[in-house]
Ligand binder design. Structure first.
Ligand code: 2U9
Length: 361
């Protein structure tokens, strides 16, 4: 905004013409300052140097004061003051704007030119790697994955699995019961998953149930109160022990590369007959000799033909259908596979331990 009107040079007397030239220069400076619009902090600094600096335009116009007649010195001084105020006001207001802008970027600590933070890639837990391998092998034989609750009821966990009321597994010493919910417990095996599928579906049933289970065990290097299992169940018309044997032989071959298995008679409340399966590792290497305690045979899993009572309790006609089941603990296999000396390492989530499995898929 201009605050003074200056006489046009033509209206001035000849001897004051030079003087009016000085006024004209000041007016041009005023117009130029008003038109300036520095868009960055750097452009604002150029503006400051150009107009307000010690060698700037306003300083040089002030120097013209000596050439202004005494009667116009006051006018010229006022014009200079106005000019200075306008230039300084523009400078100060833009300075505040640019500083605020710079601060808002700084307060985010955001350097848009900085290279990105690399995202640390995680790795699969050795238990997950082992479970996935097992699941993948059975998937190739047509088994699909079934899932169920980890907090189970007594019926699905024990009764449907033919485990009598007085069986030691039902004891509080061995099973975690939910204090505020009578009859509810942390599942001790993944068998209730299969029981629930049997209740819901007609055979053929060909499922694999991987998951976490809980038992009231004293924690040591070899046992823990939580561990993982993979159980499998195949029910159809005419399923025989030969099917069980061939399925588990294929699994052993794919998982461990072994060519020889053996089945030893055993007992489980939910299968009849029952067996334990060993794989042949031999005793040629020191490791295999140690793993098999010098026998060459390593126990891998338990299995058997599903007890007809279990089929009936879960709503399946045992005269029409038969089936086999198997179950294995994962931790034991992972400890062997990766030569881990202490089961607790698998549950502590210490990244110094877990990072060692980054190469495993
Ligand atoms: C249904 C019927 C039968 C699952 C089976 C085993 C044998 C077995 C143990 C291996 C080591 C448990 O983790 S472990 O301690 N399991 O030996 N499990 S047969 O039998 C079933 C499952 C579901 C309906």
């Amino acid at each position: 905004m201009r605050c003074r009107t200056i006489e046009h040079p033509e209206t001035l007397k000849p001897e004051t013409f030079f003087m009016s030239d000085i006024f004209e220069k000041a007016l041009q400076a005023q117009t130029a300052i008003a038109a300036e619009a520095p868009a960055t902090a750097e452009a604002l600094e150029v503006f400051r140097i150009q107009y307000l600096g010690s060698k700037g335009l306003l300083k040089s116009l002030m120097g013209e004061m000596a050439n202004v007649s005494n009667e116009r010195k006051r006018d010229y001084g006022q014009l200079m003051n106005t000019l200075k105020q306008e230039a300084e006001a523009k400078f100060q207001s833009l300075k505040v704007t640019f500083e605020a802008q710079a601060q808002s970027v700084d307060s985010l600590a955001l350097d848009l030119t900085a290279p990105g933070e690399p995202l640390a890639l995680g790795s699969r837990h050795p238990i997950a790697v082992t479970m996935n391998r097992i699941v993948e092998i059975f998937a190739r034989m047509g088994f699909s994955v079934a899932d169920g609750p980890e907090i189970e009821d007594d019926w699905h966990n024990f009764t449907a699995m033919n485990t009598p009321e007085d069986h030691p597994a039902r004891d509080m010493q061995d099973t975690f019961y939910v204090v505020d919910a009578p009859g509810m417990l942390l599942r001790t095996h993944t068998s209730p998953v299969q029981a629930r599928v049997m209740q819901r579906r007609e055979p053929p049933i060909r499922i694999i149930a991987p998951g976490r289970v809980y038992r009231n065990e004293t924690i040591s290097t070899r046992s823990h109160c939580q561990f993982h299992q993979v159980e499998g169940l195949y029910i159809d018309e005419g399923v025989s022990f030969a099917d069980l044997k061939q399925t588990l032989y294929y699994f052993a071959k794919e998982m461990f590369g072994t060519t020889k298995i053996r089945l030893r008679p055993s007992f489980f409340p939910f299968t009849e007959p029952s067996a334990e399966m060993d794989i042949w590792l031999g005793t040629e290497t020191e490791k295999n000799s140690r793993l098999t305690k010098g026998t060459g045979w390593l126990e891998i899993l338990g299995c058997g033909m599903v007890d007809p009572d279990v089929l009936e309790m879960c709503g399946i006609d045992s005269k029409k259908y038969s089936g086999f089941a198997f179950g294995m603990g994962i931790e034991r296999q992972a400890l062997r596979l990766y030569e881990i000396g202490d089961i607790r390492l698998l549950f502590e989530n210490d990244v110094r331990f877990l990072r060692q499995f980054e190469a495993a898929i």
